[in-house]
Design a protein around this ligand. Structure first.
Ligand SMILES: *Cc1c(COP(=O)(O)O)cnc(C)c1O
Length: 399
């Protein structure tokens, strides 16, 4: 135990996720700075059109960030006080916070132990006559069980708002993610598949949702004469019809988003290749589980989450985590079950609510995965994970 500290294999810290920015991105943004529009101008609708086309949706509406986009989707879905919305606990807090923003009640359904996505049976058991919507999350980039979730939605008259922050570029049964659910959210945060610094999008085929999303993004203000409530006194006239927010995306950000969207296929391809390399490299280890792929879609691999077999280790997950960080491998943890956060605790959500999610949370680690990783970076992760785990293996005593 008193072994002198060895130098880490890596001298620089490798984060778990990071953006890819090239000269074309920089030129695209610079061109906006030299032009007329900084906030929403022509590039926002251009980006929306390109993204909608890319994912096979009729409409896309861009927002200041993915959380604002989820908030707007909950508004468009008509979620309000007394409404229950079922979601997963194994997600970023924004997937549930958006329900609270609208005065609704998040209801957490447990996950499937293999895919870590919402278990449709758990969802069904929680549907009541107050349930209004389901917010499935495509965890790590693997689509949720959307067939079953949409069957439930049809049967019980629910709206599906898919949180696809992890799943831009993923497919489900030959459909593109973004064209499957009533509304789908993508995030443009720097660790996600493409970035605008900050940004978010909702895609939908529904024109009513589309109009509501547009109004909500801009204070609830309507200008289109065919949708005004009062008679138009003049061309300057606009009216505020609902209580919206300023959730607009800037043209600066949209320029970056357009330039990044051109590279999406390459980004996803590189993510898939790295995931394949990890799968191969860890295949022979029974001390960890690589991410199970259910097969009805193709993940776009936002995250590579391994599950440790703690029975075979002489230390806990947190020790493995610390050792990897000391070796400059930027592991992370996705996620703390949402309802275990103090705010949700105070709302009355008890520990033990979703046992599978809580058990999983004790055993998982996220390894670095992003297109800008070099092959050498990938090898560093593989080598270091294998080394740290072998150092922490229980020695089985014969007899
Ligand atoms: C990133 C993320 C969001 C929120 O996106 P922002 O753009 O950061 O607001 C929501 N849900 C999930 C699952 C995410 O990973």
């Amino acid at each position: 135990m008193n072994r002198p500290a060895e130098r880490p294999r890596r001298t620089t810290f490798l984060p778990y996720g990071r953006q890819w920015i090239d000269e074309r991105d920089i030129e695209a943004v610079s061109a906006v700075l030299r032009g007329d529009y900084l906030t929403t101008g022509p590039l926002v609708p251009e980006f929306e059109g390109k993204l909608a086309e890319k994912v096979g949706a009729r409409y896309a509406v861009a927002f200041a960030n993915g959380t604002a986009a989820l908030h707007a989707a909950c508004h468009a879905a008509g979620i309000g006080e007394g409404d229950e919305v079922i979601t997963t606990p194994l997600t970023f807090v924004a997937s549930a916070n958006c329900i609270l923003y609208q005065g609704g009640t998040p209801v957490f359904a447990d996950i499937d132990e293999q895919t870590y996505n919402l278990d449709p049976r758990a969802v069904e058991s929680l549907i009541t006559d107050r349930t209004k919507a389901i917010i499935p999350v495509d965890f790590a980039g693997q689509p949720a069980n959307l067939t079953k979730i949409h069957e439930l939605a049809n049967q019980y008259g629910l709206i599906v708002i898919e949180d696809a922050a992890h799943a831009l570029g993923a497919t489900y049964k030959s459909l593109k993610i973004g064209s499957v659910s009533h509304m789908t959210m993508f995030s443009l945060h720097p660790v996600k598949h493409i970035t605008a610094g900050e940004g978010g999008v909702i895609t939908t085929d529904n024109e009513v949702y589309y109009r509501k999303l547009l109004d909500f993004r801009n204070h609830g203000i309507v200008r289109d004469p065919s949708y005004l409530e009062h008679a138009t006194p003049g061309k300057w006239y606009y009216e505020m019809q609902t209580l919206g927010f300023n959730y607009r995306l800037t043209d600066i950000a949209a320029a970056l988003a357009i330039s990044q969207l051109d590279k999406l296929d390459d980004f996803v391809g590189r993510r898939r290749a790295i995931a394949q390399t990890y799968n191969q490299a860890f295949r022979d280890l029974d001390i960890l589980d690589t991410p199970y792929q259910e097969g009805s879609g193709e993940s776009s691999w936002h995250l590579y989450v391994i599950r440790l077999n703690l029975q075979r280790l002489n230390v806990g997950r947190d020790e493995i985590f610390d050792r990897l960080i000391r070796e400059n491998i930027g592991v992370n943890l996705h996620y703390i079950p949402v309802y275990l956060h103090p705010y949700y605790e105070r709302l009355g959500y008890p520990p033990g609510l979703c046992r599978k999610a809580e058990q999983l949370y004790e055993t998982i680690l996220t390894l670095p995965l992003y297109p800008a990783m070099t092959d050498e970076d990938v090898e560093d992760v593989i080598h270091t994970v294998r080394q740290v785990l072998s150092e922490c293996m229980k020695t089985t005593v014969a007899g």
